[in-house]
Design a protein around this ligand. Sequence first.
Ligand SMILES: [Zn+2]
Ligand SMILES: [Zn+2]
Length: 67
Amino acid sequence: MSVSGLCEFCMQNEVVDGCDRCGRLVCERHYDKKTGFCTDCLKEMGQSPEENDTQHRKPDDVDTYRF
Ligand SMILES: [Zn+2]
Ligand SMILES: [Zn+2]
């Protein structure tokens, strides 16, 4: 079984997989292979990088900060 068609988010890129959470078919840009979820679900679960501001590191940890 292969998926084909256009991403349901951007309608521009080819579908690579379906989201394990909402089932939408999304392109590589809108799919997170680590979790198997689409970017929209990731956002809802608070895992988008922009929302990680709540987890500020202590100044002491600056030296060891790695992205
Ligand atoms: Zn897309
Ligand atoms: Zn989803």
